[in-house]
Design a protein around this ligand. Sequence first.
Ligand SMILES: *[C@@H]1O[C@H](CO)[C@@H](O)[C@H](O)[C@H]1NC(C)=O
Ligand SMILES: *[C@@H]1O[C@H](CO)[C@@H](O)[C@H](O)[C@H]1NC(C)=O
Ligand SMILES: *[C@@H]1O[C@H](CO)[C@@H](O)[C@H](O)[C@H]1NC(C)=O
Ligand SMILES: *[C@@H]1O[C@H](CO)[C@@H](O)[C@H](O)[C@H]1NC(C)=O
Ligand SMILES: *[C@@H]1O[C@H](CO)[C@@H](O)[C@H](O)[C@H]1NC(C)=O
Ligand SMILES: *[C@@H]1O[C@H](CO)[C@@H](O)[C@H](O)[C@H]1NC(C)=O
Ligand SMILES: *[C@@H]1O[C@H](CO)[C@@H](O)[C@H](O)[C@H]1NC(C)=O
Ligand SMILES: *[C@@H]1O[C@H](CO)[C@@H](O)[C@H](O)[C@H]1NC(C)=O
Ligand SMILES: *[C@@H]1O[C@H](CO)[C@@H](O)[C@H](O)[C@H]1NC(C)=O
Length: 680
Amino acid sequence: MHFLTLPFLAAVVVDCVAARALSSTHVVHEKRDVASTGRWVKRDRVSSHVKVPVRIGLKQNQDALKSAEAWLMEAAHPASTNYSRHWTSDEVVEAFQPSADAVDEVLAWVSETARIAKNKITHTDNKAWLAFDASVSDLEDLLQTEYHEHHHESSGRTMITCDQYHIPSHLSQHIDYITPGVKGIQVHSSELKKRSFRPGKPGQGWGEGPGWGGAPGGWQPPKNRPAPHMPNPSTQLQTCDQVITPACLQALYHFKSLSPDAQVSPNNSMGIFETGNAYAQQDLNSFYTNFTSYIPNGTHPILDSIDGGQAPVANVSNAGGESDLDFELAIPIIYPQTTTLYQVDDPYYANGGNGTTTGIFNTFFDALDGSYCTYAAYGETGNDPVLDPTYPDPNTNGYKGPLMCGVYKPTNVISISYGEQEQDLPAYYQQRQCNEFLKLGLQGTSIFVASGDTGVGGYAGDGSYNGCLNNGTVFSPTQPNSCPWLTNVGGTKVYPGRTVYEPESAVVDPAGHPYRSAYSSGGGFSNIFPIPSYQSSAVATYFSDHNPPYPYYYNGQYNGSAGLYNRNGRGIPDVAANGDNIATYTAGKFRTSGGTSASAPIFAALVTRINEERIKVGKGPVGFINPVLYQHPEVLNDIVNGTNPGCGTEGFSCAPGWDPVTGLGTPNYPRMLNLFLSLP
Ligand SMILES: *[C@@H]1O[C@H](CO)[C@@H](O)[C@H](O)[C@H]1NC(C)=O
Ligand SMILES: *[C@@H]1O[C@H](CO)[C@@H](O)[C@H](O)[C@H]1NC(C)=O
Ligand SMILES: *[C@@H]1O[C@H](CO)[C@@H](O)[C@H](O)[C@H]1NC(C)=O
Ligand SMILES: *[C@@H]1O[C@H](CO)[C@@H](O)[C@H](O)[C@H]1NC(C)=O
Ligand SMILES: *[C@@H]1O[C@H](CO)[C@@H](O)[C@H](O)[C@H]1NC(C)=O
Ligand SMILES: *[C@@H]1O[C@H](CO)[C@@H](O)[C@H](O)[C@H]1NC(C)=O
Ligand SMILES: *[C@@H]1O[C@H](CO)[C@@H](O)[C@H](O)[C@H]1NC(C)=O
Ligand SMILES: *[C@@H]1O[C@H](CO)[C@@H](O)[C@H](O)[C@H]1NC(C)=O
Ligand SMILES: *[C@@H]1O[C@H](CO)[C@@H](O)[C@H](O)[C@H]1NC(C)=O
């Protein structure tokens, strides 16, 4: 078989279609965007007898996608009469599922045209997918196309895909997309005819990989800073500018620990996401022993292992700084309530899959929501075969079980201190994921995400030499923070030489320095997601009263523009909490650490406490909290000093009211508690 080069492939399809007498009622449903094929090299036509798993993603109820924001606001806006009336997971599945007519019409087409018995076609639980096995020749007839193997140079993976395919025009409104199609399915070469592939080069992902706790290019030791010292318990409140202990946080945000024998709800465990980074029990023990009087040795999270995730580490030398920090911050705030550790992905994938995977969170959502495994939206169904791990995983240390779907109930609160930049992942991947954040919010789960540690830019080497767009000038927003349906948390610090009883600033404050700051708290405006309604007036006020001194663009269109940020994108972050000079035991040693990695679990733990108080008086968890906070900024300590430098600029500046550095501010726990207790 002879191949033409990619740009001419449409002609091949037309030839083959003509030979098969394309029905005039068929239309092209999806066509490959030539520009996006650069990483894949086309190889041979797939043999006609090869059996492939076929998935037809049915369009989600279009009315539901349009109504979703209004539904979330009904459950989350303080003015709603149905505030805190959350949905069950079944209600969510039912609301978003495709119509019954859509299912019947597509089923009839497949069974009549491809002669596949209806009972061999599976309709997934969330109604979003039809699944069946077909030979390549039957599928080529059904979709009037041709399949070829494609080889990915850097990862060594093989996919089968076509360049475009056709469906009857009356089904266009029902079908989102079909795999294998323009989007391929991954196959092991043994499933194709034997052929030797050249080994690929080690992976060159888009980003440095997940994690800004201890990730390369993340936290750097600051210059001219006093060496961290173990604080004296009796004077620790006077040294919170140097070391933040649990007592400093209590003083800053005005809360006390619970009595260790308090009666607490068994259903209000605080969830914490980790991947590729696991805690050491010895570190937690040392921390609790030295910094609290009320947490016994051996206190640890409940492990909800996902797809082979492993924790704790056996040898304290291998402890992960992120995971240690998260549990050293959260447990002292909420004890004797429990934490639940979502340790995600087997060691092979959690450590980057040998350079093959750059996606994040999809396997996590799969485990919390079985319907997400097969959910079709924004042109993607289930996990992305290129970006996400594939289970079972045949690699050494790989998790040998099937992908975990819907095995854990989501906790009321989930804290995430991992992320990437928007530029690291395709927009459709992030949109589908964002829709899942919305669904979790509908069900009453609050999600807190660290806003990132590189200010208005990304990590050096991530996207460009300095992590910024357009080769180094345009600000690069973080993800998943840019999704409007979660709460993202920036970092603050106690001013050097001042106490916890005085206002904090953003971690970088050129005016209030005497030493260079360790990192720059993530903030800015999404290029993918527009400003949500609950935030629009806060953002408009910032622009009108404190207009940033930079040119901007609209609708995420930075290419060809002189602008540095998207004027109508979702603003980041929403709130903030301390994230500098945090006391920690990691790998057996006392040290101080920092980053918005600390801010997210602090804020999330306080919301867990608020949920506990609401449960005590017979109310439900608060769920998605942003609409309430933007209506009631007075329950937060407004941070007015500091900036978030990046991309060769000073970044944005803090100001009275919401700002893209510290959002609405840090928690004032008693005020937040009173407000949320006053709501239904
Ligand atoms: C509140 O929920 C009830 C019951 O689900 C529903 O009938 C009502 O329409 C909702 N109210 C509003 C304002 O949406
Ligand atoms: C990682 O990928 C390289 C290049 O494809 C390969 O040579 C190496 O064996 C892989 N390592 C593992 C642990 O799979
Ligand atoms: C906890 O949740 C379970 C299952 O949802 C329920 O049966 C139980 O009553 C709840 N317990 C409390 C104290 O709310
Ligand atoms: C708690 O654990 C630490 C560190 O593992 C150990 O040194 C200490 O003796 C333990 N304390 C108690 C009271 O068991
Ligand atoms: C902290 O706790 C550990 C374990 O309980 C103990 O061995 C150590 O002496 C304590 N103090 C310091 C300064 O680390
Ligand atoms: C723990 O790891 C360290 C560093 O890799 C190593 O030196 C030490 O021998 C290990 N300890 C045990 C008990 O395996
Ligand atoms: C990107 O910026 C670097 C550093 O300024 C420069 O060396 C390089 O030529 C630029 N690349 C392009 C394509 O403009
Ligand atoms: C913080 O900002 C306020 C108001 O602009 C100013 O009065 C104060 O001096 C600033 N603090 C520092 C340490 O610069
Ligand atoms: C940016 O625009 C230029 C000129 O319009 C175009 O050649 C280039 O491919 C665009 N780059 C991206 C990443 O879209």
